[in-house]
Design a protein around this ligand. Structure first.
Ligand SMILES: NC(=O)C1=CN([C@@H]2O[C@H](COP(=O)(O)OP(=O)(O)OC[C@H]3O[C@@H](n4cnc5c(N)ncnc54)[C@H](OP(=O)(O)O)[C@@H]3O)[C@@H](O)[C@H]2O)C=CC1
Ligand SMILES: O=C(CO)COP(=O)(O)O
Length: 295
């Protein structure tokens, strides 16, 4: 039996999908009135755990549940970089769980389409190929799973694409045109690859579903929360109002700060993330930012 932790959009979509193949329970911080919803205590009794909670809450979650989580086999489905510690999720998890018990799920996957059984391709990255294989058997046929041993690359790709999606939404909101958006997304792919390779990631990862695939999906659709953040920032809405209206997490808002902090400290050239950071955290005028960037 498998436990999904997080009954938000993505956790509930994963729960829906894998329940078609294997007995699964789900739990979340806020109780849901859905069949198979169980207490966190009960969920943590299962050997295989899938975590799909907001990235910025993961450190506290692990610290609170460290005794119950330490021997579990975990698939992390969250996409982000912790902006309090500026650590990647694998670094945080490895403080509590052996890396051979960790795998990371990423790729182009709007929760809504997964819930509609639409064809989806994802990647599971782990240092432990057998664990990646095991987790891949939980997924139904409409979800094609690729395997990778490039944990950092898959993590960076899934996290960084959210920042580029915000920038792409701003581009759309400023009505800069399709040429500009295509240039921005292409440069965004180069930027996330540059950032990832600094930490040993493989370029191939950024050419695959976790990188280019998820970036093209998220940076071109109003189904993306991050894209909608950018769109609405360009239209003059305040970030508070945008997030209140979203009612769901927009991970790029928080990952932007982590990338800016890391890139500044390590001297990595991340112009798009820097612009998004200045708009969100330094209140830089949107109309002045991306045009500079594209000039
Ligand atoms: N939505 C999508 O299409 C996809 C999302 N993802 C990723 O999945 C992750 C979850 O996002 P998603 O489900 O979409 O967003 P939602 O906003 O719908 O859900 C957020 C989840 O995080 C939980 N959460 C938030 N804060 C805390 C906290 N302090 N402690 C414990 N749990 C907390 C929520 O619990 P509760 O609701 O019970 O409070 C909820 O389960 C993100 O990293 C996202 O990038 C990945 C692929 C696709
Ligand atoms: O990660 C996702 C699709 O792969 C969901 O994107 P958003 O978080 O921008 O909605």
């Amino acid at each position: 039996m498998v436990s999904v932790i997080g009954a938000g959009a993505w956790g509930s979509a994963i729960f829906y999908a894998i329940s078609q193949k294997i007995e699964t329970v789900i739990t979340s911080r806020r109780k849901r009135n859905i069949e198979k919803f169980v207490s966190l205590e009960k969920a943590l009794k299962n050997e295989y755990i899938i975590i799909a909670i907001a990235s910025q809450s993961i450190k506290d979650f692990l610290e609170t549940n460290k005794e119950k989580i330490k021997d579990k086999k975990i698939l992390i489905a969250s996409k982000g970089i912790d902006n309090k510690t500026n650590k990647f999720l694998n670094e945080i998890f490895e403080e509590y769980v052996d890396r051979n018990n960790l795998a990371f799920l990423s790729g182009p996957s709007f929760a809504k389409e997964v819930k509609e059984n639409k064809p989806t391709a994802l990647v599971i990255a782990s240092q432990n190929e057998k664990l990646a294989d095991k987790f891949s058997t939980f997924f139904p046929k409409f979800i094609k799973i690729y395997k990778s041993n490039d944990v950092i690359g898959v993590e960076v790709a899934g996290a960084y694409k959210n920042v580029i999606a915000i920038a792409s939404g701003i581009c759309e909101g400023l009505n800069l045109g399709n040429n500009a958006k295509a240039a921005l997304i292409a440069r965004g792919l180069v930027e996330m690859d540059r950032f990832g390779e600094f930490f040993g990631a493989s370029k191939d990862t950024f050419l695959g579903v976790a990188g280019a695939g998820d970036l093209f999906l998220t940076a071109n659709s109003t189904m993306s929360r991050n894209y909608r953040v950018g769109l609405n920032l360009a239209k003059g809405k305040t970030l508070d109002d945008i997030l209140k209206e979203l009612k769901e997490v927009a991970e790029g808002v928080y990952t932007t700060k982590a990338i800016y902090n890391i890139a500044t400290k390590k001297g990595i050239y991340t112009p798009i993330a820097n612009e998004v950071y200045k708009i969100i955290y330094e209140r830089k005028k949107v109309k002045d930012s991306l045009r500079d960037l594209l000039s």
